[in-house]
Design a protein around this ligand. Structure first.
Ligand code: C6P
Length: 413
């Protein structure tokens, strides 16, 4: 691992050595894993951290005074500090552990929304949203009589700035947008969105599920009010993620769930709530996976997101150029400002057939609506095939994808 550190370019073979799963075969072929936007593979340091926790210091946290409990609590809280640094937050009190992006968004929609929304208020989302950043807002809007408005996009998935500006008014109470689209890879102009929303007094939440692994995140610089991400897309375990919220907002918000840990005092009649961040962490949390999120984030930071990004940009450019050479293939979201996701449709061939035939050659891509059904409807397509690249992917794997797709064309056209 040493040799990939402090370098301007990534030694991808050294990186690959860190991911045991990349050695496996699928249907007699070496695995070509291009479904990283769904979940990334895990390096040895993450797997080892899980085994170490369960082998040596498994205990509940924040409750016991015995050695194991103290060790587990310390490790859990170290992850909070690492997440704080990863997001550029001012304080660990602003970092709430969650199951992932979905739970982070639901927490804000319910806790903030129930306390602050009223009939006639407006919530603005973009057309690119994942269901996780759409359904919770629809649900809370219905409950409170508020209205959800959707910013249109161009046919390539670009945010329609003029339409957004026209939508903003004193009725706008909340804007929640995806930072980078999972379905197309397109990056939203979030800094400008935040400034414009704040100018009318609205709060802004960023869905960072796809951006957190590729882009440098500094929540203070962005000045977003909330930011949610999932650890499993940043080389960490499933079921462990975090929500950032500005302290004053979190302080004013009611708890999301009631139970152990989120209380200060409980009587038969009333309860007082714990301080941040514990007010939002009811019950025994996902201790092991949260502990193992730290080595994942350290792994990314030690290599450097800039170095990883440069490698992924090369893969994206190469894949985009090669895919465009295939007859009848159209890339959806073919814009300059993208994360390493390439989504495409092929004339006369259903995305699901592409997925199955690629899998028969050991190549994993995602096909379908990518939990962004309204976006697919807007683009007038049933779904796409999506290849998404991570730090361990290679140009040779892109060649395998192209070879695989040529076979698909031969078989189905
Ligand atoms: N997208 C994909 O294949 P969770 O499931 O909570 O970890 O993340 C939800 C989520 C929210 N927003 C965006 C932009 C996302 O990409 C995702 C997860 C995966 O694209 C699984 S559907």
């Amino acid at each position: 691992m040493e040799s990939v550190l402090n370098k301007k370019t990534l030694d991808v073979q050294v990186v690959r050595e860190q991911f045991p799963i990349l050695k496996r075969q699928v249907k007699g072929y070496p695995l070509v894993y291009l479904d990283n936007a769904a979940t990334s593979q895990k390096p040895k340091v993450v797997i080892d951290a899980l085994v170490e926790y369960y082998s040596n210091y498994n205990a509940n946290i924040h409750r016991g005074i015995h050695t194991l409990a103290e060790e587990a609590t310390a490790a859990y809280e170290q992850t909070r500090e690492t997440v704080r640094q990863f997001l550029g937050a001012a304080s660990t009190e602003e970092i709430i552990f969650t199951r992932g992006t979905t739970e982070g968004i639901n927490l804000v929609a319910y806790s903030w929304g129930r306390a602050n929304l009223k009939a006639g208020d407006e919530i603005i989302l973009s057309s690119l949203e994942h269901h996780s950043n759409m359904v919770p807002w629809q649900m809370i809007a219905e409950e409170k009589g508020a209205k959800v408005k959707i910013v249109p996009i161009s046919d390539e998935g670009e945010f329609n700035w003029e339409a957004f500006e026209l939508m903003l008014s004193e009725k706008t109470k909340f804007v929640s947008v995806v930072h980078a689209s999972n379905a197309l890879g397109v990056i939203n102009p979030v800094k400008k969105i935040i400034e414009a929303a704040h100018a009318v007094g609205a709060l802004v939440m960023l869905d960072g599920a796809q951006s957190s692994v590729h882009l440098d995140i500094d929540v203070q610089e962005l000045d977003c009010d909330f930011f949610a991400f999932s650890g499993h897309k940043v080389y960490g375990p499933t079921g462990a993620g975090a929500l950032y919220g500005k302290r004053a907002l979190l302080e004013a918000m009611p708890p999301f769930e009631g139970g152990g840990e989120m209380i200060k005092q409980v009587t038969y009649e009333w309860t007082t709530y714990n301080d941040l961040p514990y007010k939002f962490e009811a019950g025994t949390p996902n201790i092991a996976d949260t502990i193992a999120l730290k080595p994942a984030l350290d792994f990314v930071s030690s290599i450097g997101k800039d170095v990883i990004r440069a490698h992924e940009a090369q893969l994206l450019e190469y894949a985009t150029n090669e895919l465009k050479k295939l007859p009848g293939l159209k890339i959806m979201g073919d814009v300059k400002d993208k994360v390493s996701v390439v989504s495409f449709v092929m004339e006369g061939i259903h995305p699901q057939d592409i997925g199955i035939l690629l899998d028969n050659q050991g190549i994993a891509v995602r096909t379908g609506h990518h939990c962004a059904e309204p976006l697919m409807n807007r683009l007038c397509i049933p779904g796409t095939s999506r290849a998404s690249f991570a730090m361990y992917n290679t140009l040779e794997e892109v060649d395998s994808l192209i070879r695989g797709l040529n076979k698909v064309i031969k078989m189905l056209r």
